[in-house]
Design a binder for this molecule. Structure first.
Ligand code: GDP
Ligand code: IMO
Ligand code: MG
Length: 425
């Protein structure tokens, strides 16, 4: 029986997951999202066109591939409809190539309002949420109040919806300074619901396990990144789902013994969007240069991403938690004009040097300890073979492989599908 390969981010999201899923899709029969929702923004570029997907798996543009939105995902019918509408010019046979789990939870307009109200109330302690209603929806899931895609077909769906909305209104009363007008939001929600009902909904856990039995190949597409995981991320500045490999099991209904290769994606440097600790952050002209060259602005919210150097203790932690078997280094070209690249190998806390991620990095004064690596100082974006890569880039890759103890099999040198190099031919 086949196994499910997993692709996921090892940092704070936006590592380039969408691009690599798209590149790998021809090798798979099925691409499946297992967690998160429209807080994700996965960018794909080919034929001169840039696409940003939020809930729909990144295999959607390749012919002959099926795309599954798993039970662990939360769906906002409003955003989902917009995504589907945006696919219209590209002749995607949505009803046949996009399958949605009956068990995926729905994001209601009031979930979005609760997200906004909660963030507003937190003031300068806010998480920096994408305000897509992710936290409140997962709270209703674990609180056993949520509505699922399968409920749409129940004769008393409206009743269930209004009961939950009443509950939410009561909760919103706890934020007296938060003003809202639900009636403005509901029409788009119900339009989205009507569209969802016309799509193909399935019991995805049965579907995927049967597919494995039949010898089909499946790639699970992670959203966010390991350092945003609800259990292992920089809590409380995290998202509300398990973004790690284990999330594949619960978010798709595949057993741990059915997990195959785990491909971990990281940037040649590091970014974060939203609040929370970031030990190697560069709040100076170097950080500014990375942001400019890497066009580091959120694919979902447009917010500028915070930029910094690569962080080995954090990456090693992510590799451990996920059982990563191979690595892809993204956005190498962004460092094209740096004479020297810094790599954080250790942290200095209270004069003590450590090489691991401590319990709570929020309140600690962490000083990164850097090693300096010679930059390649040339344009990587035109490279078509890793053999032709400059010696300094190869040395950087080899240096990281030694530190991380996992092979880097892919090096990305630009946003386009074609700007992807395989290091081991
Ligand atoms: P995801 O959330 O992990 O899918 O990543 P995002 O799409 O949010 O952010 C990655 C951004 O970097 C997108 O704008 C991609 O088009 C772009 N990108 C991906 N790989 C590369 C690369 O190797 N070089 C450059 N310059 N951009 C890249
Ligand atoms: P992709 O899949 C980067 C961040 C938000 C915020 C925190 C919580 O594109 O890599 P949430 O809306 O989930 O309540 O926000 O998590 N965040 C992301 N940052 N990439 C993402 O997804 C993210 N999804 C959420 O900025 O700090
Ligand atoms: Mg993104």
């Amino acid at each position: 029986m086949n196994k499910v390969d997993v692709l996921l981010g090892l940092q704070w999201g936006d590592e380039g997951k969408g691009k690599i899923v798209d590149v790998l899709t021809p090798k798979y029969d099925i691409i499946a999202r297992f967690q998160g929702g429209p807080n994700a923004g996965h960018t794909l570029e080919f034929d001169g066109i840039k696409h940003v997907l939020h809930t729909i798996p990144s295999g959607i543009f390749r012919k002959d591939t099926l795309n599954v939105v798993g039970n662990g995902v939360v769906i906002d019918p409003v955003i989902f409809k917009k995504e589907i509408d945006a696919l219209q010019p590209f002749n995607v046979d949505i009803k046949n190539v996009l399958l949605i789990s009956n068990k995926a939870h729905l994001i209601l307009p009031t979930h979005r309002l609760l997200d906004a109200a909660s963030e507003q109330a937190k003031g300068n302690k806010k998480i920096g949420s994408t305000l897509k209603g992710i936290g409140p929806t997962y709270m209703d899931k674990t609180g056993r109040n949520g509505l699922r895609v399968g409920d749409l077909f129940s004769p008393n769906f409206q009743e269930k919806y209004y009961a939950l909305v009443e509950k939410h209104k009561g909760m919103l009363n706890h934020y007296p300074s938060f003003e809202y007008d639900l009636s403005e939001l509901e029409p788009a929600f119900f339009e989205g619901i009507e569209l969802l009902k016309t799509l193909t909904t399935i019991d995805s856990e049965h579907y995927l396990n049967n597919a494995l039995k039949e010898g089909k190949t499946i790639l699970a597409e992670g959203a966010q990144g390991t350092l945003l995981d609800i259990d292992f991320g920089s809590y409380p500045f995290v998202t509300s789902s398990n973004t790690v490999t284990a999330g594949t099991c619960t978010g798709l209904g595949v057993a741990p013994t059915r997990i195959g290769n785990v491909l971990g994606i990281f940037k040649a440097y590091c970014t974060r969007v939203g609040s929370g600790p970031f030990p190697t952050e560069l709040e100076n002209e170097v950080g500014e240069k990375i942001r400019k060259h890497g066009f580091e602005f959120g694919a979902t919210t447009g917010r500028p991403r915070r930029c910094g150097w690569i962080d080995i203790p954090a990456l090693k932690y992510a590799i451990m938690i996920n059982g990563v078997s191979e690595l892809a280094m993204m956005k190498s070209d962004v460092l094209d004009s740096f004479d020297t690249i810094h790599v954080c190998t250790h942290y200095k806390i209270d004069g003590k040097i450590i090489d691991y991620l401590p319990f709570d990095i929020n309140d600690l004064e962490i000083e990164p300890v850097y090693e300096e690596i010679k930059g390649w100082n040339c344009d990587l974006t035109k490279l078509t073979s890793y053999d032709d890569a400059p010696a300094e880039l190869k040395a950087y890759v080899q240096y990281l492989e030694e530190k991380l103890e996992v092979p880097i099999t892919t090096v990305s040198v630009g946003p386009d599908r074609l700007q992807t190099l395989s290091t081991k031919q």
